[in-house]
Design a protein around this ligand. Structure first.
Ligand code: SF4
Ligand code: SF4
Length: 403
């Protein structure tokens, strides 16, 4: 066997919503602060799971467990240290919500739920914008921005009855709004084709509803609001089980000596601030290197022996590899046309190389497929990032000159 698999009991323990025993995770947590974080209350102090440790303009930082919370600073990095002496997750007891739209938003705020489709957006702010905009529509999808895990399967397994209740609940508290749901298997026409980049909101809306709103979603022009599968999963935990946003699924991929990716889906529900030492108990030591969130050439590469603590707001995927992921050499474009062929939105990425045609910047949903498939290893991500930054500076300048 080339790759180790977690034992069945281990997987069960960490994938199910009602945990019996979590001794493996016990210890201390380091929850990172950023420069905008305002610490709340006195430190050190005893905290309960879900208590607020700090707030930022976009989210609340909650305690991941019962224990003693302290504030620390090391190498100019501030963090909350939490020494756990209690549970990581409350018992999952189903609660029938009796809420109006305001108390619903307050509950999401109390539980610190994020919109994982639009990172850096607190879900209560996002849904409060949906409530205010006239003629707005809310789309519920099981698809996410991530390749793994498969939230279509997770939602329909973990929360089959809750997704139906959620559709009815949202329609009842937002009676003048249109709620379009693809959560139930009978309503999800993409169930059998769980494919990246269907979780990109603009792409999903184009495919599912024929709405072409590239570049508009989340702008003040948009009347479409989108909750993807991962966000819905956390929303259901907050709404029906009063569980705070302190845990998230971390997908783990392994890359072997010859650079091949083991395609098995492997993910763990882990707590904000938890040490990555748990990997030592599951994966062979030969996977010496870790990169977070991307195979991208520019992503941060760490040694497995480095101490790292999970950041729930940033870390979704982790790649373990045997060899150091070397910087790919860019070769000249052979005009094979693969980049244009794989682009799901016909943004014409090849135009970024040759300047013979126009790159459709508004259509690009930054799915990364052109970058991944280019046989010459051309760094499309950086080129697209630069093109978008240049475009946004240009837009700002023209807004100033017209003001
Ligand atoms: S995939 Fe790469 S090599 Fe092929 S046309 Fe696009 S940029 Fe050129
Ligand atoms: S240009 Fe590249 S990153 Fe943008 S949508 Fe097309 S394939 Fe995805």
């Amino acid at each position: 066997m080339r790759f180790p698999l977690p034992s069945r009991s281990f997987s069960r323990r960490h994938h199910e919503k009602g945990k019996k025993n979590e001794t493996l995770w016990q210890g201390s947590f380091q929850i990172l602060q950023d420069e905008r974080t305002e610490a709340i209350g006195e430190f050190p102090r005893r905290v309960q799971l879900g208590d607020v440790l700090g707030i930022t303009p976009t989210h609340k930082i909650l305690a991941s467990a019962n224990g003693i919370a302290e504030q620390h600073e090391e190498n100019n990095q501030k963090y909350f240290k939490l020494t756990q002496d209690g549970n990581l997750e409350p018992k999952a007891l189903y609660l029938e919500p009796k809420l109006d739209s305001n108390s619903f938003l307050n509950l999401l705020e109390k539980n610190g739920v994020y919109s994982l489709d639009f990172p850096q957006t607190a879900l209560w702010n996002y849904l409060s914008a949906f409530a205010k905009v006239s003629d707005s529509e809310l789309v519920l999808s099981t698809h996410t921005n991530r390749i793994s895990p498969n939230y279509t399967k997770i939602l329909q397994t973990d929360f089959a009855k809750e997704i139906i209740a959620l559709e009815q609940f949202l329609s009842s508290i937002f009676p003048n709004k249109k709620i379009i749901s693809f959560l139930e298997p009978s309503k999800n026409k993409f169930t059998s084709k769980y494919k990246f980049p269907l979780g990109k909101p603009e792409y999903f809306l184009q495919k599912a509803l024929k709405k072409n709103i590239y570049g508009e979603i989340q702008s003040d022009k948009s009347k479409m609001f989108f909750l993807g599968g991962e966000t819905v999963w956390h929303l259901i935990r907050a709404l029906y089980y009063d569980i705070p946003f302190t845990k998230r699924h971390l997908a783990v991929e392994c890359v072997d000596r010859s650079g091949r990716v083991d395609g098995r889906e492997r993910y763990f529900l882990i707590s904000n601030g938890q040490s990555f030492r748990f990997l030592d108990k599951i994966f062979f030591k030969k996977y010496k290197y870790i990169s977070l969130n991307s195979f991208d050439k520019s992503s941060r590469i760490m040694m497995r022996s480095d101490e790292y603590f999970y950041n729930i707001y940033e870390d979704a995927d982790l790649i373990l590899s045997v060899n150091h992921p070397k910087k790919n050499l860019e070769l000249p474009c052979t005009e094979c046309n693969d980049c244009d062929a794989v682009c799901p939105t016909q943004a014409n990425p090849q135009a970024l190389i040759h300047n013979r045609s126009i790159f459709n910047i508004q259509s690009c949903i930054e799915c990364g497929l052109c970058d991944f498939y280019c046989p010459s290893g051309i760094d499309f991500r950086s080129k697209i990032k630069l093109a978008k930054e240049t475009q946004s500076e240009f837009n700002q300048q023209s807004e100033h000159s017209h003001a």
